[in-house]
Design a protein around this ligand. Structure first.
Ligand code: F6R
Length: 367
């Protein structure tokens, strides 16, 4: 049942080239140059005209929404608000009939996310869902939605469901941007082709970095704290990296937007503190490089995820993990993978039960 892997989590990490590909099926056609999300087709015009989209979710799914916010705002120029479902539902939120509330949930059963949708529905908003479990409560109460098609996720720590959520949101951003005319035809075509190449690049990350990540894991498996930094659409990847590490290895970890480090967390940095940084080529590369220098100046240990062939960060970081080059909008789908493997191996080295970490449930059906 674990397909030859020691744990479901590792199996699910390795399934990602396929689960992302499954998520494209019938939705992405590079040769003909289109993206279509059948489940929400009837709502396309409403989405494009919406003054804003509100996304509600918890945990890892909230991180996927935050990646989606960067993509939809940047590519489709639609205002997006990402909300913790538990906060949203209890703060008397302003919701009108013009609003579209999108819930993102692997299980489709998370109590707070479900209740947030019910509230939005009672105010007349359109409610959409992005779920993994077919026929789940959220998929049933929503007006329409798109499944992530990642297949059953057994490991409590979400891995392939997260990348599938990010994939659906990326498809949605591209569909909306194209329909709205906010990106050029050539940019659209380039992004479709780059997205189509993601499954094989994920495979490449899995194949090329596994051994290296085990070595890095052995260096930091005794850490008591860790910091994860990223900028732009990789800030939520940093949050997700930190969540994965704390969930399964019980190491205290924090994710931060890299520039926020100097507003507090920099005080924590010493020789004992690993800092995991996403430093891929792109608009914020230079800025992240300065953040790395700030960590090194305080003797922190830096493990950086870099674009294949990078030499600059390699010269200053303690360890680097290379990922293939892709369009900057798609980096989250690749940069997530080494962090999943890293937390897996660190947890194993600490003797933790990775598939069923203490105090956690796969589906949180109570608030
Ligand atoms: C983390 C994790 C949780 C869930 C959260 C929401 O690995 O699995 O943070 O993401 O409980 O669950 P869903 O997506 O089922 O609504």
């Amino acid at each position: 049942e674990k397909g030859g892997y020691d744990h479901f989590m590792l199996k699910e990490i390795h399934e990602q080239p396929r689960s992302i590909r499954d998520c494209f099926r019938g939705r992405l056609n590079v040769a003909e140059g289109w993206v279509s999300l059948g489940g929400i087709k009837d709502y396309e015009n409403k989405l494009i005209a919406a003054p804003r989209l509100i996304m509600v979710a918890c945990g890892t799914s909230w991180h996927a929404c935050t990646v989606g916010e960067y993509l939809i705002e940047d590519l489709a120029r639609i205002n997006v608000e990402v909300e913790y479902a538990s906060e949203f539902r209890y703060r008397n939120p302003i919701i009108t009939e013009n609003d579209i509330v999108i819930a993102v949930s692997q299980s489709g059963e998370t109590a707070d996310t479900l209740a947030a949708l019910e509230l939005a529905k009672s105010k007349g908003a359109t409610i959409l869902g992005i779920c993994n479990v077919v026929g789940s409560s959220i998929s049933r109460i929503t007006d329409a939605g798109s499944y992530t098609h990642a297949g059953p996720e057994i490991g409590v720590a979400s891995t392939k469901a997260f990348t599938a959520q990010v994939t659906v949101l990326t498809l949605m951003a591209l569909m909306l941007a194209h329909k709205k005319g906010t990106i050029s035809e050539s940019k659209y075509r380039t992004l479709l082709a780059e997205l189509d190449a993601i499954p094989e690049k994920v495979q490449k990350v899995l194949d090329s970095s596994d051994k290296l990540i085990q070595d890095i894991a052995s260096l930091y498996s005794k850490a008591t704290n860790a910091l994860y930094l990223g900028r732009g659409n990789c800030f939520p990847v940093a949050l997700e990296g930190a969540l994965k590490l704390k969930e399964i290895s019980y190491i205290h970890a924090e994710g931060y937007p890299a520039a926020e480090m100097k507003h507090g967390p920099i005080a924590l940095i010493d020789e004992e503190m690993p800092v995991f940084v996403i430093a891929t080529q792109g608009p914020s590369y230079e800025k992240v490089v300065s953040n790395i220098q700030e960590v090194k100046a305080r003797k922190g240990k830096v493990v950086a995820i870099v674009t294949e062939g990078d030499v600059h960060v390699k010269a200053m970081a303690d360890q680097v993990i290379e990922i293939p080059k892709t369009d900057e909008h798609l980096v989250p789908l690749l940069a997530t993978i080494p962090f999943q493997l890293l937390s897996y191996y660190i947890a194993i080295m600490r003797g933790c039960n990775v598939d069923q970490p203490r105090n956690l449930a796969k589906s949180v059906t109570v608030e």
